[in-house]
Design a protein around this ligand. Structure first.
Ligand SMILES: Nc1ncnc2c1ncn2[C@@H]1O[C@H](COP(=O)(O)OP(=O)(O)OP(=O)(O)O)[C@@H](O)[C@H]1O
Length: 384
C-alpha cells in the first residue's frame, strides 16, 4: 500500500508519526524544514519533493503590502476550496489581514473550516492567530439588490419606461437586460463591495470560485453589463437627438422626458468597471488554476486557461492536487495510478496553454482537509 498520509486530528492539533507503511498525524509537532519532515521521517521522499518545494513562490505572493486578489478555480471537486482556504490561512498567519470569499453557490468554505460561515456576511474565522474573515456569497440576496436598483421592477419595459424610453424597449430586443438583472452571477456585487474603502485594510482577498463554467461567466459579466448599459445609454442619446431634431423641424415638443440614463444604471456601470479592472490588473490579481492528475481535468484546465487568456485575466500558477505520494511498497492499484499521473504530468509539459505556468504538486492526504490545523498543514505543503 502506498505510504499515504493519515490526518487524524486530535483536539485542535495534528502531528506526524509513522504507522506501518502509512504516515499518520496525531499532533502538529512535526516541523517541515525545507521539505524534510523532522521527527518521524517520510523515508522514501520528503513531502516537499511532491509539493515541489518553492514552486509556488509564496515569497512573491506574500511580499507586497498593496492589496492583492487571488482567484482559485477549476473543474468541480479538484480541491479549489481546500487550496483557497489554505492560502487564506497562510496569508493571515504571515500578517496580511485577509478575506476569503466563496462565489460558489454550492458553498463549502464552512465545511473546509469546520465553522458556520454562511449567511452572506463577513464572519471571523476562529483558530487563526491574525485577521481572517470569510464570506459565502448568497446569490439570492445579490439578485434582489440588483433588481431593487433597477427601479424595483424586473421587466425591461418598465425599466425603460422609468427612463422615458418605454416606446423603444423593442429596439433593445437583442439586449437580454432581463437576464442581466434576473441572473446576475453571484459575486459581482460583493467583489464591487469589497473594493470599497471600509475593506481597504485587507491586503489579501482570496476567492474560492465555482467550477469552471460559472466562473467564466462571473469574469465576463462586467463586460456584459458594460455593453448592455452602454447600449441603453447610446439609445437614449439617439432618441434625445432625434427628439430635438423633431422639435426644431415641426416645432412640436415630443413627450421625451429629458432624463439622463437612470443613475442606478450609471452606478451599476461604475461598479462593473471597478470589478473588471480588478480582474484584469496584472499587478494586483492572479487566477490560480487547480486540477487533479487526470486527462479530463487537464483538458478542462487547458480550456479554462485559454478563456482566461482571452479575458486578459492574469494566470501564473497551476496546482496539480491529490498526487499519490511516492512509496517503495506499491500495490497494483497505486502503481497503475502513479504511472497514469506521471503520464498526465507529461501532458501538462506539452500543453500549449499550461506548460508556461508554475507547476505546484500537492500530495494526496488520506483524510479530508477540514479545520484550521489541517488547512495550515496543507498550506505548508503547497504554498512555499
Ligand atoms: N490533497 C488532498 N488530499 C486529500 N483530500 C483532499 C485533498 N484536496 C482536497 N481534498 C478533499 O477533497 C474534497 C473536495 O475538496 P474541495 O471541496 O476543496 O474541492 P472543490 O474543488 O472546492 O469542490 P467543489 O467543486 O465541489 O466546490 C474534500 O473532501 C477535501 O477535503
Amino acid at each position: 500500500m502506498a505510504a499515504s498520509l493519515l490526518l487524524n486530528r486530535v483536539s485542535r492539533s495534528v502531528s506526524l508519526h509513522r504507522v506501518g507503511p502509512a504516515l499518520s498525524f496525531s499532533s502538529l509537532d512535526a516541523q517541515i524544514h525545507g521539505g524534510r519532515l523532522s521527527g518521524t521521517l517520510f523515508p522514501e521522499r520528503s513531502l516537499a519533493t511532491l509539493a515541489e518545494g518553492g514552486a509556488s513562490r509564496f515569497d512573491e505572493m506574500v511580499s507586497a503590502n498593496q492589496r492583492k486578489y487571488y482567484l482559485l478555480g477549476g473543474k468541480g471537486g479538484v480541491g479549489k476550496t481546500s487550496c483557497a482556504a489554505s492560502l487564506a490561512v497562510k496569508f493571515a498567519s504571515h500578517g496580511h489581514p485577509t478575506i476569503v470569499v466563496s462565489t460558489d453557490p454550492a458553498h463549502s468554505l464552512s465545511d473546509s473550516f469546520s465553522q458556520d460561515l454562511s449567511g452572506g456576511v463577513l464572519k471571523p474565522v476562529q483558530g487563526v492567530d491574525s485577521t481572517l474573515l470569510a464570506l459565502e456569497i448568497t446569490p439570492e440576496r445579490m439578485k434582489e439588490e440588483i433588481k431593487s436598483q433597477a427601479g424595483g421592477d424586473k421587466s425591461v419595459k418598465n425599466m425603460m419606461d422609468s427612463m422615458g424610453l418605454g416606446m423603444f424597449a423593442g429596439e433593445l430586443g437583442d439586449l437580454n437586460l432581463e437576464d442581466m438583472l434576473n441572473a446576475a452571477s453571484p459575486g459581482i456585487d460583493e467583489i464591487a463591495a469589497i473594493s470599497k474603502a471600509q475593506y481597504s485594510r485587507f491586503t489579501r482577498i482570496v476567492f474560492d470560485t465555482a467550477p469552471t463554467g460559472h466562473t467564466l461567466r462571473l469574469l465576463s459579466l462586467p463586460d456584459f453589463y458594460d455593453s448592455s448599459i452602454s447600449k441603453i445609454t447610446k439609445l437614449k442619446k439617439k432618441v434625445t437627438a432625434a427628439a430635438s431634431a423633431f422639435t426644431s423641424v415641426f416645432g412640436k415638443k415630443k413627450e421625451i422626458q429629458e432624463q439622463g440614463p437612470s443613475n442606478e444604471l450609471d452606478q451599476l456601470k461604475e461598479r462593473m468597471e471597478k470589478v473588471r479592472n480588478v480582474f484584469r490588473d496584472v499587478d494586483t490579481t492572479e487566477f490560480v488554476i487547480v486540477t487533479i492528475p487526470t486527462v479530463m481535468a487537464i483538458n478542462e484546465s487547458s480550456r479554462l486557461h485559454a478563456s482566461l487568456r482571452k479575458e486578459n485575466v492574469p494566470v501564473q500558477r497551476l496546482i496539480v492536487n491529490q498526487l499519490l505520494p511516492d512509496s517503495q511498497s506499491d500495490c497494483k492499484f497505486c502503481s497503475v495510478r502513479r504511472k497514469e499521473q506521471t503520464r498526465v504530468l507529461g501532458l501538462i509539459q506539452k500543453d500549449t496553454e499550461l506548460s508556461g505556468l508554475k507547476l505546484i504538486q500537492s500530495p494526496l492526504l488520506d483524510a479530508e482537509i477540514r479545520g484550521v490545523p489541517a488547512l495550515k498543514f496543507m498550506g505548508d505543503l503547497i504554498w512555499k
